[in-house]
Ligand binder design. Sequence first.
Ligand code: NAD
Length: 542
Amino acid sequence: MKHASNLPTPRNEPIQEYLPGTPQRARLKAAIAEVERTVEEIPVLIGGKAITTGMTVDVTAPHRHRHVIAHLHQCAADDLQRALDGSVEAQRDWASWSFEQRAGVFLKAADLVAGPWRDRLNAATMVGQSKTVIQAEIDVACELADFLRFNVHFAERLYTEQPDSAAGTWNRVDYRPLEGFVYAISPFNFTAIGGNLCTAPAILGNTVIWKPAATASLSSWRVMQVLLEAGLPPGVIEFVPGDSAAITRAVLEDPRLAGIHFTGSTAVFQSLWQDVAQRIDRYRTYPRLVGETGGKNFVLAHASADVDALATALVRGAFEYQGQKCSAASRTYVPKSLWRAVRERCLAQMATFRMGDPADFRNFLAAVIDRRAFDRLSGWLGRLRGDSGAKVLAGGGSDASEGWFIDPTLVQVDDPAHRLMKEELFGPVLAAYVYDDRRWPEVLELVDQAAGYGLTGAIFAQDRAAVAQVAIELRHTAGNFYVNDKPTGAVVGQQPFGGARASGTNDKAGSILNLMRWVSPRTIKENFLPPKAPHYPYMSAE
Ligand code: NAD
């Protein structure tokens, strides 16, 4: 479908390999070294002006927690008020830009991400969020460029969705941005998600208040710098790092709040929803609430599963980025007939993993994000030591002397209702329940009922009938369902992402469904031949 604006057809950004001896690798290493030797000042950005408030928190590298990489300036209450006012003011101009002109900003930003900013974005993510090369590359360089390019394309498709017109009339839908500002709150674990949360509404003419996660603030600031270089006008996205609870309280008090675009934990999203509900009579319009939240993602193996493919999916799905993906595999159900082979292959693969600084490209894992995550996860591992219903088959250790390191851990549980099978741990811990092959139908019910989430899940089976049965019976168990593949690694434009139940509003990031939440359509009917008398023709004399 081509339209007058002739937008380029979006394509997924190819993944670069950074092989030994290549210039790509040398450039990325230089960018990492630059992050490591600098202590950057990350400002608040309001109305296009960088403000250093002087109230700062240290941003550290998770794998070397005494190493400060930035001072994050905290947004003060009066600055935040200016940001809210400025955001509403900026919308007057921004919403009047033609779609092509707005699109041009984001398409340029995508090319900057994939080109001249690629190494700087990857390096900030590797050092700041402790991601290995491949994890940074698929997150920032590829997924962020994809979000920007595909969302522009989806916006164009949305605008072309128009009603019919009867003879003598012209009907059309004006896809207005929301009246007020959108509040975007991003998680630490994907740089691209922060970029998407603030830009998706902006593509449609909204203005946005973006509160990044402190632990991802260096890469988030890089994203902001890219958007400015791409020509984003002042005030369209206000960048307000700082105290989450205080900023949120002030933002939610404002009657001009028109929407929340959130990704993070279930508990925080539920508290946002409750806070909005309590103030519902003060808002000018009903705020759109879009939240993608936690998961307790399953890998279900049928007795016909390919054991090698299953074991690789388990270790990659559970341990890449230290299990800190909302989509990470964290519970698996394996039939007794396959368990021994699956366990041995998983343990053999895990034995080859190195863990450490992501700047050493041989490492498969790095550190978890911060002390809070480390304490939570090492607490779980500590409790497992005294738990007779859980056998730690690999890992189980932790070490905070240099960085926040948690060993990749495989645990076999006796009880399918064990807490490890229900609660999101958000770390490199995979729980396995071994079932009797004859109890397959009951296992389907266990998988569906064990946890309150509904994000991702996978079935491994070569028997097509088993795949078909799971697809139907677990229809509501996962918003992203994989057949013979790991449950992580969704690609924009290929697997629209999100889940229901406690996992969120399932508005599918990186799809037209998400963009629909950021418009408030106005229907316009124009009558070319309006009637000039009240009587209908049938009322004439016989
Ligand atoms: P988090 O909920 O702790 O933080 C997310 C954001 O909310 C951060 O910006 C944080 O500063 C802010 N926040 C924290 N407390 C707040 C409060 N009281 N009021 C307002 N804002 C507050 O989550 P996180 O640790 O950054 O990310 C991990 C969580 O995110 C996991 O549960 C994971 O499953 C989820 N996640 C989900 C998806 C998805 O697409 N479903 C994607 C990524 C992450």
